[in-house]
Design a protein around this ligand. Structure first.
Ligand code: ADP
Ligand code: ZN
Length: 614
């Protein structure tokens, strides 16, 4: 491997400007590009939206030959190729969705060296024909996208990825670049080993996504809360709503539609055609809300997703960060919103408790859940805690998360904790019974329910001693004790049980500090006006009008060409055109995101839209 020459660097920057229309590399992009252009292997870790694609697309254009991109996302290959074609890059794909003619054409172009990039699914490399085809052309580099799919412990594991170590054996001279947004060092090490990338240089970008506002709110009436978020802050915006189960995906999508929000469902229970159609619509149309299980989202590179909402607690911080990272790839203000409540903790603890797999596996799940719960219950800056989880220290406060915007108060919850724990203790030791959270709270509140009279629980010494707190406050106490491991959930019914640590609280050897629930969480009242508003928030009324006209032009153009709107131009680019109001092609070419090809294709049309206010 040689070091990059000045010429290579100039070439790379030239390609960035000419082809993609961007002024400068971001973060470690330039280092990665130079390393790969010079023939080095690389492992690149960048958050979603960090700009991974250019890390291999630019070397693909600078180096001789065709870059082979391995991607698990067959359904998105067409869009990836369309986006490259739109900037004048020669790209093609081979996969099982193609007819024979299209396939032959791409194969021929590859062998003739008439492509810059060729996208393949990993399984293609396990066939006989595809490697033979690759031998007949000249390969500039291999890019392995979504490289965490090689990790057997991750939720995106694809067995075909394991065979990708063959790339190195069969084409040892071709540089390889593996990319992922999964950040933990364990996954990174696993990727390096399994892909035989042990000699590769690692590039780890900051995982901060400053334009995303992180908010975690107490769950009360989740669908109503979601609706308020969409109406107050994100009217007309595209976004993703994650739910745990298929049933709640369907119900939530119906609820939103009934309330006038354009929403579509997506989960593994829908047939493949419906799933593909909904995904297509989400990518192509402006302002749709996708309600989905986590089966949706990998590789969705729609840049203008303005919010990601979670109605259920994610199982790990890794998953949560990857899902929320799908918001705001274009760098414009976006929201990550999660509603979280007692039931989430009970449900997830129960799922782990009753899950198959050995003790080590359950412990692993519990560790991941604990980190997620700690994030939900923290009184510190959410972003600082998230980044620390990924090994980045040094952020004190970010000013753009709920705990920074409205610092939560804490209170000494030792006495209420003792009241609750002693209720659980008495039920267990005196009566040999176990009950769920709701019933224990009823006992503390002294409610005369049927169940209480049936079991004679009004004679317990803790009956009615909790009148100083209201029911939601008691639920918050239970939730936080569960999150901290001071209380446990057991069995199929999710009944409460004591832990070793409970004894310390009961024996007054440990105090309990709790987070006070804000009466009203950060919302439209305190936040700036946002929404479809987000993108035009600080534009003048005149520029806003221009932006809307440009958007209408883009929608019509995208429809005509059958490509997603963002393939024509991103919101951020239209926004800059609206503010700069360029009067000539030369001025227009200076706008970020306007490269040579798009300038030639759309420049006159844009100037016409700007000139004609009708
Ligand atoms: P990732 O694959 O890491 O999630 P992408 O490659 O899709 O991210 O890039 C995210 C967004 O940032 C895209 O819209 C891309 O066009 C834009 N982008 C990437 N690099 C730059 C850059 N150097 N300057 C301006 N925009 C960039
Ligand atoms: Zn913060």
């Amino acid at each position: 491997m040689s070091s990059p020459t000045d010429l290579d660097t100039a070439d790379a920057l030239g390609v960035l400007r000419r082809v993609f229309g961007y002024d400068a590399f971001r973060g470690c992009q330039q280092e990665v590009v130079e390393h790969v252009v010079a023939g080095g292997d690389a492992l690149v870790l960048m958050p979603t939206g960090g700009g991974k694609s250019l890390c291999y697309q630019i070397p693909a254009l600078v180096r001789d030959g065709v870059a082979v991109v391995v991607s698990p996302l067959i359904a998105l290959m067409q869009d990836q190729v369309d986006a490259l074609t739109a900037v004048g890059v020669r790209a093609g794909f081979l996969n099982s969705t193609q007819d024979l003619d299209a396939r032959r054409q791409v194969e021929r172009a590859f062998v003739a060296g008439e492509l810059d990039l060729l996208y393949l699914a990993p399984e293609a490399l396990g066939t006989r024909a595809v490697p033979q085809l690759l031998d007949r052309g000249r390969i500039s580099l291999f890019a392995i996208d979504e490289a965490h799919c090689v990790s057997q412990w991750g939720h995106d594991f694809r067995p075909d990825y394991l065979a990708l170590s063959m790339l190195h054996e069969r084409w040892p001279a071709v540089p390889r670049i593996a990319l992922t947004a999964t950040a933990t060092s364990a996954t990174r090490a696993e990727i390096a080993t399994r892909l035989q990338l042990t000699g590769a240089r690692h590039f780890v970008a900051s995982f901060d996504r400053p334009n995303i506002q992180y908010r975690i709110v107490p769950k009360r009436e989740p669908r109503r809360q979601l609706l308020a978020l969409l109406r107050d802050e994100h009217p007309g915006d595209a976004g993703i709503v994650y739910c745990l189960s298929r049933a709640s995906v369907d119900k939530t999508a119906e609820f939103l539609v009934a309330n006038g929000i354009a929403a579509l469902p997506y989960h593994a229970g829908l047939d493949a055609a419906t799933r593909a159609a909904n995904q297509q619509r989400f990518l192509r149309e402006d302002g749709l809300v996708m309600v989905a299980t986590i089966a949706f989202g990998m590789g969705i590179d729609k840049p203008d997703v303005r919010f990601v909402a979670h109605l259920d607690l994610p199982k790990s911080v890794e998953g949560y960060y990857q899902e929320t990272g799908r918001a705001g790839r274009d760098g414009l203000p976006s929201t990550a919103w999660l509603a979280y409540g007692l039931q989430d903790v009970v449900q997830q603890r129960k799922m782990i408790e009753t899950s198959e797999g050995d003790l080590a596996h359950r412990r692993n799940l519990a560790t991941h859940l604990d980190a997620m719960l700690a994030l939900c219950e923290t009184i510190r800056c959410r972003r600082a805690q998230l980044l620390e989880y990924f090994g980045e220290t040094g952020t004190a406060t970010c000013g753009n998360c709920d705990t920074c915007l409205e610092p939560p108060e804490t209170w000494d919850g030792t006495v209420p904790a003792q009241k609750l724990l002693s209720t659980v203790y008495r039920l267990d030791r005196e009566r040999n019974q176990r009950f769920g959270a709701g019933h224990c709270v009823d006992i503390l509140l002294g409610k005369q329910t049927d169940k209480i009279s049936q079991y004679g629980h009004d004679s317990l010494s803790t009956f009615g001693i909790g009148g100083d707190l209201r029911e939601p406050e008691w639920r918050a106490v239970v939730r936080q004790l569960l999150a901290e491991g001071l209380l446990a959930v057991e069995g199929d019914y999710g009944t409460l049980a004591l832990t070793d640590a409970s004894a310390e609280v009961l024996g007054r050897r440990r105090t309990v500090t709790l987070r006070r629930e804000p009466e009203r969480s950060v919302s439209s009242r305190s936040a700036k006006p946002r929404g479809a508003a987000t993108v035009v928030a600080d534009l003048t009324p005149q520029a806003t009008g221009v932006f809307e006209r440009l958007r209408a032009w883009r929608a019509a153009t995208a429809k005509q060409q059958g490509v997603p709107a963002y393939v024509i131009f991103h919101d951020a680019t239209l926004r800059q055109i609206a503010t700069d109001a360029p009067g000539s092609l030369a001025e227009l070419s200076r706008v970020s995101g306007v490269g040579e090809n798009k300038l030639a294709k759309y420049g006159e049309q844009i100037l016409a839209v700007l000139a004609d206010p009708t």
